[in-house]
Design a protein around this ligand. Structure first.
Ligand code: ARG
Length: 575
């Protein structure tokens, strides 16, 4: 265990148990980074009352127990413990971390099966900006759990079923398969939908055909299913273009759309009804999970079958939760979906618990994604009001990145490669670096900035360390020096890096990638200070110092590369 804060917590807890009795062994030592030492423990103040002793006295008793500690422990003020670690301890922990290809990131014990439900655009509409964030955040969580050794099952819960498909298929027949496919592949799903909709609203004949088509689709008529596949395949090819552009790890094998649950819906409802969990209310089959009431104080229904016999979003999610628990054998399920669906998921989880489908041992979590806003603070839209095409939005980030590096003298291909990585890195990092449930302002200028907590800054910091190695003529993996702390900037950087493994575990436990961004940003800032104050390969630096500093560079690089990879942010070799 390398993380200093974790090590200290354990040591102070042992000291507490020794000094005051085993019932104090799991008291929180309240260890925080400190400006007076490396860390500060505030536990003496919080325990003083319980122990009926003066805080300072309590602090002294703890300090006395920490005499063999690899550092110094001092009592200050009313009873703070100021803790500084020995350089030699930091050095040996850093050496161990440098030898570890995982840079101190452990493995989940025992490994869990984690279902990550993310992206999930709707086929009948354009994949819109809202889905951009669930795609990016979800992909990062999937990467992290995989890295921690968990079995990750990605579930792309596409909106690929429902009554609109009647009119969508009729429209496909009207304009011809070829034209429809071309339009859908090009990402014109919204336009396609709108055209079908206006046919539907405009003519009785089309309406009748559409309704009939829905029935045929539901009853599994082969030709109707074939047309549905034509529609869906073209739509999915477009989604895949977006995924490819973003560099997300979703593949066709991860598609588990609403349609997949069709064959399970009837039984889902029957079982709920037979168990008395669902009851008929005004013709609809509903679950009334306790604790959910509407504005009129009446119990709120989760409708699992509508009064016309049709199934909806809630029916599918009830079937999905059972499938994920029973068939996929998940230990943990992350639903990376817009925050506006919070009530839906709370009710689905509560209903599943009532039905006994969601045992205590399985955790279902809604990772709420905050709304994307425009610079004006309103829901992200173009000036004319329609939502922006996702592909255009992404392409603009790449174009802007290309313009920003235009004068750096790269050849055409290199420039395109860098622009792709920088543009997508900027968009993804901007999404990840704010907490996932807060609203988020989409602003090219800020996300593409080369300063501050941005993707380009992080990429630049990483590329800069690579270039140090290029100039020194060694590969980062071939550094042979030890990390030796001569300068405070070296010490601060090394101490910070030691916290990486514990941080990644925490980020996965809390589903909060923004904490990883903050850690990496701090890493880059500490590296900058180090690099300003401690020349690595300049003239006049002796060979030994150079080797020590290159070792620290190598460890920093590994942490940045591992961290950015877990975020799904690509790093160009140079920029
Ligand atoms: N397609 C839905 C939407 O766009 C998101 C689906 C999320 N997953 C789920 N299991 N409900 O709002």
């Amino acid at each position: 265990m390398t993380d200093p804060q974790t090590v200290l917590t354990e040591r102070v807890q042992q000291a507490l148990a020794h000094a005051f009795g085993s019932e104090y062994a799991d008291a929180d030592p309240l260890i925080r980074p400190s400006q007076f030492a490396d860390f500060q423990a505030n536990v003496a103040m919080s325990l003083a009352k319980r122990l009926r002793r003066a805080p300072r006295e309590v602090a002294e008793a703890i300090a006395a127990e920490l005499s063999d500690f690899p550092g110094t422990v001092e009592v200050s003020g009313p009873g703070f413990l100021n803790i500084a670690l020995d350089d030699s301890w930091i050095e040996s922990e850093a050496a161990a971390m440098l030898d570890d290809p995982r840079a101190g990131v452990g493995f989940a014990t025992p490994p869990q099966t984690v279902v990550v439900d993310y992206s999930a655009p709707n086929a009948a509409k354009e994949m819109h900006v809202g889905h951009l964030r669930t795609t990016i955040v979800g992909d990062s969580l999937a990467r992290m759990h995989e890295h921690l050794g968990n079995t990750v099952i990605r579930q792309n819960h596409l909106g690929d079923w429902g009554t609109p498909f009647g009119m969508l298929i009729e429209h496909l027949l009207d304009i011809g398969e070829e034209a429809a496919v071309a339009q859908l592949e090009a990402g014109m799903g919204t336009e396609y939908y709108q055209a079908a909709r206006s046919q539907f609203d405009g003519g009785e004949e089309f309406k009748v055909r559409s309704r009939k088509r829905v029935t045929m689709l539901q009853s599994g008529d082969p030709e109707t299913l074939r047309l549905w596949h034509v529609f869906m395949d073209a739509t999915i090819r477009y989604f895949n273009k977006v995924y490819g552009m973003l560099g997300v790890t979703l593949t066709d094998a991860d598609i588990a759309g609403e349609s997949m649950y069709n064959p399970m819906l009837e039984k889902t409802c029957d079982d709920l009804e037979a168990a008395g969990v669902a009851v008929l209310s005004e013709g609809a089959l509903c679950v009334f999970p306790p604790g959910f009431t509407g504005s009129d104080d009446k119990p709120l229904p989760l409708i699992v079958r509508k009064s016309d016999g049709g199934y909806g979003y809630a029916s599918t999610d009830m079937a999905a939760i059972r499938y994920r628990v029973d068939d996929l054998k998940s230990d943990r399920m992350l639903y990376v979906v817009g925050a506006d669906q919070a009530l839906h998921f709370r009710m689905v989880f509560a209903a599943a618990k009532l039905a006994g489908w969601l045992p205590e041992t399985v955790s279902a979590e809604h990772v709420q994604i905050g709304m994307m806003l425009g610079k004006d603070g309103r829901r992200f839209k173009t000036r004319s009001g329609e939502s922006i095409k996702l592909m255009d939005l992404l392409q603009e980030a790449v174009d802007r990145a290309a313009a920003a590096i235009a004068d750096r003298g790269y050849d055409e291909t290199t420039r395109a490669e860098i622009a792709q990585a920088v543009g997508m890195g900027a968009v993804k990092y901007a999404d990840l670096s704010v907490s996932h449930d807060s609203e988020y302002v989409f602003d090219y200028d800020r996300m593409l900035g080369f300063n501050g907590n941005t993707g380009p800054y992080m990429q630049y910091a990483t590329a800069r360390i690579r270039s140090i190695f290029r100039r020194a003529g060694v590969a980062p993996a071939d550094t042979t020096g030890r990390i030796v702390l001569g300068h405070p900037a070296e010490r601060a950087l090394a101490l910070h890096l030691l916290g990486f493994g514990a941080l990644v575990e925490q980020v996965a436990a809390l589903s909060e990638p923004h904490r990883l961004c903050a850690f990496l940003f701090e890493t880059a800032s500490l590296f900058s200070t180090f690099y300003e104050e401690c020349p690595v390969a300049k003239d006049g630096v002796d060979a030994e110092t150079k080797a020590h500093r290159l070792a620290l560079c190598a460890l920093t690089l590994r942490v940045l590369e591992t961290g950015l990879d877990l975020l799904g942010v690509p790093v160009p070799e140079r920029m």
